[in-house]
Design a protein around this ligand. Sequence first.
Ligand code: ATP
Ligand code: MG
Length: 322
Amino acid sequence: MTDAAPTPDLAEWRHVYSGKVRDLYVPADTADGAEPERMLVVASDRVSAFDHVLEPGIPGKGVLLTTLSLWWFDQLAGGDGGRRIPNHLTATSVLGDGPDGIANTADDLRSLVPAQFTGRAMVVKSLDMQPIECVVRGYLTGSGWAEYQQTRTVCGIPLPDGLTDGDRLPEPIYTPAYKAPMGEHDENISFERSVELVGAERAAELRDLSLEIYARAAALAESKGLILADTKFEFGLDANGVMTLADEVLTSDSSRYWDAAAWESGTTAKERMASFDKQIVRDWLAANWAPPREGEPPALPAEIVERTADRYRELIERLTGA
Ligand code: ATP
Ligand code: MG
């Protein structure tokens, strides 16, 4: 594409859906009920915890998360030296020529994204999304730690005795969740249940891809002094039936990142899990909004908002060197 490519305005896209964090648009000329080929995914500055959108947003968050997603899509497309994982970007890279030979420059995105969404939008293939959140855990914490204390298992997978919050698992485990329809809580499920939902072949493909991507990403993070404790992927089938990595990837919303040095030297769970992610928000909300958490959550204090934004920025600097 040339520098002269015009920036489209919003009239070229029609809003169809808003999730907790992202807003989805389809080309304005998409007929009602027709499946669009492309979609515009716009990351807002909204932040959610315990399935509630909180006030205020985190200024700049949408740009930071999009930057990080695009960088990871690039790494997983071969930038890290591994094989190319198919992803949903139509312009597969903003960092240079993609390994598939498509020139994917910032100009490409400029020519596709309305000016008001610059930096916070991706143009993606509209996929047939699989109803599974593909969670991989390399460390024990969060809902995994809660379950482990009751049953010594995580999502039904038996684990050794004597683990504590923040411990490394003997090996990464795949713990899928059913992606509940809008407004409902996602539900942890067994691998067998995922087979019932999508069939044996696809369930295995989702598991194997998730574990492969986690291993590659965790190794890359480790080389930057970071621990990728856990993460969540979403996949969909493209028009050719290829299982394709979608949504956001390996962001501070979908993942837990810790500082490796702090984890090594820390003695308390809090010291070990010095995080670069939404945990700051979750912890504050857990301490200031008692269960059953009905009605509107309390507003986040300015200090929590700033600290979260700072840690998101620091994560990008550490990972990408930018
Ligand atoms: P909810 O929709 O329940 O609020 P959410 O909070 O995860 O869930 P967002 O992440 O804000 O929602 O919205 C992004 C939505 O876009 C998700 O439902 C995700 O599955 C969907 N999505 C992401 N990539 C694609 C794609 N390539 N094709 C179709 N849908 C996609
Ligand atoms: Mg989501």
